[in-house]
Design a protein. Structure first.
Length: 148
């Protein structure tokens, strides 16, 4: 297994601002419309609507939990931090309020890695097919004629 180092920490710059430690959250492993169509025996059009709605709800849940995770994992070591979405499609979790990565010691690097893993686990949890199926079924999103 590769060792996690300061050079492993991804950085993101929004516009002309400074680079900040970031986690790439683009293209999560979300179920596709064909899985939804097969599971709910609905039209492709309705499966697409259901999948988009389920993805939007999962994304909202994700962004609601990113800051509390930062408060729990990073703030006790670094002090007040702010986790934001950046990028054209909100494809990055960027944390502001951290010192320069080059100044981090092993403990600070470990805290960042723990946060990164927690964010990745949250994505896996919210994109889990069983959870997505449950959300679609509970809300009737795959029922023909449902637009929300």
């Amino acid at each position: 297994m590769k060792r996690y180092r300061k050079t492993t920490v991804q950085m993101h710059q929004d516009g002309f601002g400074p680079y900040n430690p970031a986690i790439n959250v683009k293209d999560p492993p979300f179920p596709d419309i064909y899985e939804v169509q097969r599971e709910f025996n609905c039209s492709l059009e309705q499966a697409e609507k259901a999948t988009i709605t389920a993805f939007d709800v999962a994304a909202d849940r994700f962004w609601e939990k990113v800051q509390p995770l930062a408060d729990e994992i990073l703030a006790p070591h670094f002090g007040t931090v702010s986790a934001y979405s950046e990028g054209r499609s909100n494809g990055w979790v960027v944390v502001h309020g951290l010192p320069e990565v080059e100044s981090w010691d092993a403990v600070a690097l470990g805290k960042w890695r723990s946060y990164e893993k927690a964010v990745q686990s949250l994505i896996a949890e919210l994109c889990n097919w069983d959870r997505v199926k449950e959300d679609i079924a509970a809300n009737g999103w795959a029922e023909e004629g449902d637009n929300e």
